[in-house]
Design a protein around this ligand. Structure first.
Ligand code: WTA
Length: 656
């Protein structure tokens, strides 16, 4: 891990206070109000969360202990019985929200569907009953490999309803990546679709499932439930594969939500780390429900009239927490869009905003940079006046992109919430509250109430104003990950041991560097470990390296992120070849395709450079900082004394 540097300090002095009228109508109306809330939560986090848990959620049975903290293992609301699908559905049915739109869905080809809370509840119950019919019991894991269609959310809620933890795998991942995740989670059932629409093409999801299960590839999988979406011909293996539309009509819509222990596992979601093998991040029920509920409510200042749209895919944590669970637990209207901007319709997102009168729009900096590139005439040609709050997530947002978002999309009237968080944290950790926090372009501002965030050095000592350091959390919070699935030791090692406990306090560290300015604003600078951020998606350098060396031509590979205008970072690979192979354009293409096959299109290297040696330390560790400079087209100015063979540097420069 390299010490974060502060060379990226931005001289960003612009401050945007919440518009007065907005603040007046917000639930948290001023910085003072936020600060009071923050101080109260800090003084006694357990009491703070307990009060909200009581007020905001339905419990079948109240907890005995709010927080049981045996570092690094936390349990929240111990002894409490709860079901998040009940909180997202059933409890709204006894109110006027019964017939409110829960999900508004827009398909890429222009088809659409709206499900009220009553309708969504009905379908979730039916799918839960189908799961049971297919032998799924409480505690069994279910893999979900879906396009962005309502059935993806329905499947998640159906799992939650019967207590079968889900493991959603992003539909852009390859069959190989899917297989590895199904095997690790020992999934019993896979829910998928024939395909999904993306950029006017069919993503053949069922084919990928077939490939993953071929030759008993994931032996735990007994059944596959298939939703019809794209209608191309697919193969259905009799006994194993079942169409949803065949089973749904006979499935009862009566399926009471299972009272779950607060600490029962809700889902596993795999994410990239610094080793080749993705980690199964485990989230449990009660604390996750509460935290995603509160962060959605306060960060987006939710009102019952809002049409809320998060453009993430349900395959990522953002989709889990902020398309499905957080919004529905609040009884909000959550919009789901299947498509992506594409040559045939570059303004499609703005069409959706106009068509449904979207009021809250939440997307990623990489998307904003792509919008800038496509040109402001697209948004300008639509009526975006319904928007009142904008959000971003996934990577640090560059101030220029922030300003464009503010002006062109937000019409200079919408507060922007820049939310810093992770798969591991379950919900927003640093974020403005739109009616309370003056924002600065590029800063995620302050911690959410109840979150004790700090910036420390390698020994755990807080660093001074504007000094770069490691971003850590000093106190457990309700939606923190509980462990790495099946690997407590990896959990401890990865998040709790890089920085030693300070004054008996364990510090959670998940890999980002940051600084605090004179006003206490947090500025996240990005990963300080071997994890890249490609279009806001995490990808471990080791993962791509493992994929490359699994090709017979490759002897060794070293992968780094290269700065990219739209993606933030792009994958840049240095490769040494086995003796009998020669570097060629054809081989470059083949290797790129190989990575796509092993992981998925998001991991496709933008550039592959052949070299006959890699820069290493005497102990054989690849020195990535050297490669990062070379990939960025810069001279390496740092210390090269640890290099085993300095002539490698000259060779690397000359080998392009
Ligand atoms: C980065 C996505 C700066 C960060 C929710 C983190 C951000 C990683 C921000 C987690 C932000 C996310 N500003 N950096 N607002 N949001 N990140 O697990 O490096 O896919 O560690 O969760 O994304 O990525 P993940």
């Amino acid at each position: 891990m390299s010490q974060p540097t502060i060379e990226s300090i931005l001289s960003e002095n612009r401050v945007f206070p919440p518009p007065a009228e907005f603040a007046q109508n917000a639930s948290i109306k001023s910085l003072e109000e936020y600060q009071q809330l923050y101080e109260r939560a800090k003084a006694d986090p357990a009491a703070f969360w307990a009060e909200l848990a009581e007020k905001e959620l339905h419990w079948f049975q109240k907890w005995d202990t709010v927080l049981d903290w045996k570092p690094p293992f936390a349990q929240w609301f111990v002894g409490g019985k709860i079901n998040i699908s009940y909180n997202c559905l059933d409890r709204h049915l006894t109110t006027w929200r019964k017939n409110k739109a829960a999900l508004i869905w827009e398909g890429e080809p222009g088809d659409s569907r709206t499900l009220t809370y009553a309708q969504l509840h009905r379908e979730v119950c039916q799918m839960a009953n189908v799961f049971k019919q297919l032998g799924v019991k409480k505690g069994d894991r279910v893999g979900i490999y879906m396009p962005m269609i309502p059935e993806a959310a329905i499947a998640m809620l159906a799992c939650a309803r019967i207590g079968a933890p889900h493991s959603v795998v992003f539909g852009g991942f390859s069959a190989e990546a899917l297989k590895a995740r199904l095997v690790d989670a020992e999934a019993k059932l896979v829910v998928t679709a024939d395909g999904g629409w993306r950029k006017d093409k069919i993503v053949p999801l069922k084919d990928a499932v077939d490939a993953a299960l071929e030759d008993n590839g994931a032996p735990s999988v007994e059944n596959v439930l298939v939703v019809k979406r794209t209608e191309q011909k697919i193969s259905m293996e009799s006994g194993r594969d079942h169409w949803w539309h065949d089973l749904q009509p006979n499935a009862s819509a009566d399926c009471p939500a299972e009272p779950m222990d607060s600490e029962d596992m809700l889902f596993i979601l795999y994410t990239s780390g610094t080793t080749g093998k993705p980690k199964g991040v485990v989230h449990t029920t009660g604390g996750y429900n509460l935290y995603t509920h509160m962060t959605t409510q306060w960060t987006f200042d939710l009102k019952d009239t809002d049409v809320y749209w998060c453009t993430a895919d349900v395959g990522w944590i953002t989709g889990h927490s902020y398309i499905v669970y957080g919004p529905l637990s609040n009884g909000a209207t959550s919009l789901m869009y299947e498509g992506a901007p594409r040559p045939s319709n570059p303004g499609c997102l703005w069409d959706v905003v106009e068509k449904y009168g979207v009021t809250i729009f939440y997307t990623a900096p990489t998307a904003i940079r792509a919008f800038i590139k496509m040109g402001e005439h697209h948004p300008n040609a639509r009526n975006l006046s319904s928007l009142r709050i904008l959000g971003t997530v996934g990577e640090p947002i560059n101030p220029e992109a922030w300003m464009w978002y503010h002006k062109v999309i937000g019409g200079e009237r919408c507060p922007i919430v820049d939310t810093w968080w992770q798969t591991e944290t379950g919900g927003f950790m640093l974020t403005p509250l739109p009616g309370a926090t003056p924002t600065k372009p590029g800063s995620a501002t302050f911690p959410f109430p109840g979150i004790l965030a700090e910036i420390v050095d390698a020994e755990g000592n807080p660093v001074g104003e504007n000094s770069g350091g490691y971003l850590v959390i000093q106190h457990p919070w309700p939606s923190m990950m509980r462990t790495v699935y099946g690997d407590d030791e990896r959990f401890r090692r990865t998040y709790w041991e890089h920085i030693p406990p300070k004054d008996g306090k364990y510090l959670y560290f998940a890999g980002d560097g940051a600084r605090k300015d004179k006003d206490g604003y947090f500025w996240v600078m990005g990963r300080v470990d071997d994890v890249m951020n490609i279009s806001g998606h995490r990808l471990g350098t080791m993962e791509v390296e493992s994929a490359l060396v699994s090709h017979p031509a490759v002897a060794e590979a070293a992968v780094v992120g290269k700065p990219d205008e739209v993606k933030g970072e792009d994958v840049f690979a240095f490769v040494t070849l086995e003796g009998e192979y020669e570097g060629s354009e054809t081989l470059v293409r083949e290797l790129k395709q190989h990575v796509v096959q092993e992981i998925g299109a998001i991991a496709r290297p933008g550039e592959i450079r052949f070299t006959d040696a890699l820069p290493k330390t005497r102990s054989g560790k690849i020195i990535r900082r050297v490669l990062r400079s070379l990939a960025a087209g810069q001279e390496f100015a740092g210390d090269t004394s640890t290099l085993e063979d300095r002539s490698v540097l000259d060779k690397l420069r000359g080998s392009s």
